[in-house]
Write a protein that binds this ligand. Structure first.
Ligand code: AMP
Ligand code: ZN
Length: 465
């Protein structure tokens, strides 16, 4: 397996710490609103990573957090807690908001055939671990208390800028909203581990700590949960590119200060999905959610197929036209698959050959469009009998999760479908008998009924127009 590592800025051979066992941590959602389809693109990439590694024979354990406290409206230490803001918007408590949007997020994951990570932890359930880690960082001189808050002192972190590749000069105050002018900080880039000086008096989620009643900073939750689940070492940490700085940068600083050694070897980041305005947003323009796509007549898997056609490290612009193209291509694939009827014994050598091609696509930095090319190759390969094709496609679908063998719950009436099938059979017969006039007549009759025939090497399928 070769994968791009943001830490080294190179594609590297993936070598887990413990033989075949792989520990993956993925940053979860901030549950103050629905996830937009951009967020979900990142979870699709992470799903392919987990399933791809499993397909290659690794034993993967994956954990994800649910951010229900501490993530401020900036990614740094300024602004209001997003959860508090969400609660005010809807006139509910933060707990109600968290439960509602966590459920909605998990539902979106299911609709998109994203495997729910086997371990999910709420940020608010792990306060004791953050307190343990922060206490040690204070004892060891990595953290300091100023005006009631506990800060991490970035001057104590080796290679603070390694992951982001940033130049400290670019991060001067005012250049980014992630750097705040806070006179309590020794260095403007220092970040909060524990807030007691809440700017928001009515902050609902708060806990006792050795430094006063307060709440954790956003970054400590992922260091804490990862430590609780995986202990001293992590193999892969992922998220979207916006997480590189400051979130993942700060996670590395905290975890390595606490552990006293290098923590995670591979950092993998998914590029963004943008809309035509340049940035996907939950507040401006059309709020693109899975439910919105469904309301517009798309299936969530049309969107999954759309995402898989491009590489996770390339940013992608969402338009309905490009989603339409993906939907039609996906429909054609499913139609072709539905025409495959078992025939003959499995061709073991050829099965291995195509499986090998699929493994190569996974191993090549999760090249999902190559995986789909191998799928097309299988569909059109003359050397493969249908049984082998079916077994290969079922196998590939363990990673792609496109429900290739699940019949569409289409609104097409069963009698009408039978009529179309009979017409296709009659047309095949007519063509065999060189009665092209009748064959054309059948095509046109179906066209009038808004049914378009598609001739492929494997046979004729149809599409409703
Ligand atoms: P959040 O709920 O804001 O914490 O984000 C959840 C995940 O979505 C994180 O891994 C982000 O990096 C990722 N993300 C945010 N915006 C986008 C986007 N436009 N495209 C892809 N991923 C995104
Ligand atoms: Zn995180």
């Amino acid at each position: 397996m070769r994968i791009y590592n943001t830490l080294s800025k190179k594609i590297e051979e993936f070598i887990p710490n413990d033989g075949n066992n792989v520990k993956i941590y993925t940053c979860g959602p901030t549950v103050y609103h629905y996830a937009h389809i951009g967020n979900l693109r990142t979870y699709i990439f992470e799903d392919i990573l987990e399933k791809g590694l499993t397909y290659l024979g690794y034993n993967v354990k994956r954990a994800m957090n649910i951010t229900d406290v501490g993530h401020l409206t900036s990614d740094g230490d300024t602004g209001e807690d997003k959860m508090e803001k969400g609660a005010r918007r809807e006139g509910k408590t933060v707990y109600e908001i968290a439960d509602f949007y966590t459920e909605a997020f998990l539902n979106d994951m299911k609709k998109l055939n994203i495997k729910i990570p086997s371990i999910i932890e709420k940020a608010s359930d792990n306060i004791d671990i953050y307190i343990k880690m922060i206490s040690k960082m204070l004892d060891d001189g990595y953290a300091y208390i100023s005006n009631g808050n506990v800060y991490f002192d970035i001057s104590k972190a080796d290679s603070y800028y390694e992951l982001s590749g940033k130049n400290p000069d670019d991060l001067k105050i005012g250049v980014r909203d992630t750097v705040s002018l806070d006179s309590s900080k020794k260095n403007p880039m220092d970040f909060v581990l524990w807030f007691t000086l809440s700017k928001f008096e009515n902050q609902i989620m708060k806990w006792d700590s050795p430094w006063g009643v307060g709440y954790p900073g956003w970054h400590i939750e992922c260091s804490g949960i990862s430590y609780k689940i995986f202990g001293d070492y992590l193999d892969i940490h992922c998220g979207g590119v916006d997480n590189i700085f400051p979130h993942h940068t700060n996670e590395i600083a905290q975890s390595e200060a606490f552990l006293g050694h290098k923590w995670c070897n591979y950092w993998c980041h998914g590029a963004h999905l943008n809309d035509e305005s340049g940035k996907m947003s939950k507040s401006n323009g059309e709020f693109l959610t899975v439910s919105l796509l469904e309301k517009k007549g798309y299936s969530p898997l049309d969107y999954r197929f759309f995402c898989l056609n491009s590489h996770y490290r390339n940013s992608l612009v969402f338009t309905y036209d490009s989603l339409d193209i993906a939907r039609n291509a996906y429909k054609k694939v499913k139609n072709k698959v539905s025409l495959l009827k078992e025939e003959g014994d499995i061709q073991k050598d050829l099965f291995d050959k195509y499986r090998g091609m699929f493994c190569d696509a996974i191993s090549n930095d999760l090249n999902t469009s190559s995986m789909i090319t191998v799928l097309y190759d299988v569909l059109k390969a003359n050397e493969l009998n249908n049984t082998t094709k079916i077994e290969l496609l079922k196998d590939f679908d363990k990673v792609l999760s496109l429900d290739l063998f699940v019949e569409d719950d289409s609104s097409i009436d069963k009698d009408f479908e039978e009529y179309i099938t009979n017409m296709i059979n009659e047309r095949n017969e007519a063509k065999k008998n060189k009665d092209y006039a009748r064959a054309d007549e059948i095509r046109n009759t179906l066209l009038e009924k808004k049914v378009k025939l598609i001739d492929t090497r494997e046979g004729t399928t149809f599409e409703l127009m």
